[in-house]
Write a protein that binds this ligand. Sequence first.
Ligand SMILES: [Zn+2]
Length: 371
Amino acid sequence: MSDSVHPLLPAATPLLLGDAGSLQVGGVDSTDGLLLAPAAGLAPLLRGLDGRRSQRVVRADAARDGLEPALVDAVLQACRQTGLLTDLDVADLLAIGTGPAAVARAAVELPAATGAPGSRPAAWRTRRLATVVVEGATRVGTPLAAVLAASGVGRVIVRDAGVVTAADTVVGGLTAADEGRPRSVAAADAIRRASPLTDLGPLPAGLTPDLTVLTGAWAASDPLVGGADGAHLVATVRGETGVVGPLVVPGTSSCLHCGDLHRRDADARWPRLAAQLTATEAPASGATLTCLLTALLAAGQALAYLDGGGAPLTLDATVEVRPPELLPRLRRWPPHPACHCGATAGGAGSPGEGETPPPGAPPVAQATMDR
Ligand SMILES: [Zn+2]
């Protein structure tokens, strides 16, 4: 491990004194932990790992306090292997921002951003530099935008030409006091409440966002939004069902047109039905629980994509939740052979097929009827 890494032990990690001078690091509830014995002088060392000092400086400071450098290295490495410790890149530190409020907000977000298995180096900096456009200040779109901003995404833009109605209000999103205001302006305020320093300015000319989130109920079938530039993710509620995905990485994963072709295969009437579904703006829908769970699942997929750690679940698939259970259900939407998007099938299963169908689930032919 390089001396230049900046070890971070989250401030909430328990340090618990045990018998005969031992020290338990983490390891409560279902998390892995470490038992150190003897542990003289190790608690201040561990509590001081706030990510701001390099391992070289940590070691030198500990030596002044009487700790052997080899012991310090061994303890840090053991914490690292147990998953208790994450390593910040210098670029992450520079991306935290200045001021105690920015530092405090980043401190609670950093461990999850930088500690995910397989996440790219300087994952926090990557989030801070990312731009996400959310199309639609809906009951899913606005809380989703606020969650992304609070999670560190540097620029979040919500586009919506409508006006707030009473039905648009939702926890973490638009409020009752916003009724009658332009939805895009009210959504920007919702983001600002969650993350005051997020850039809400318009998309600079010529810049393609890192991710566009489509929150319209039938964006997948709407020719006006089906061709979003760059990567895009569907996050919406259709009727009472929350739908997240597919996440479309153009030329790599199955696209919205692929899904449309699968629906047409299942029902030749689909193009005519889809035209009616997209002819007018869908009214606000979805219970608060459904909308927020959908927004959170979508935010998780967006961050997984932006952070670059592994393959997000919604590549070639949707995750759907329906009350009252709201248990996520995975449906596969592989590339369609007649589509020209360039995605190639990876043997992910049949269209509409669930990974783990719930008991009593209808067969695939009927499952596709609920679209
Ligand atoms: Zn396609």
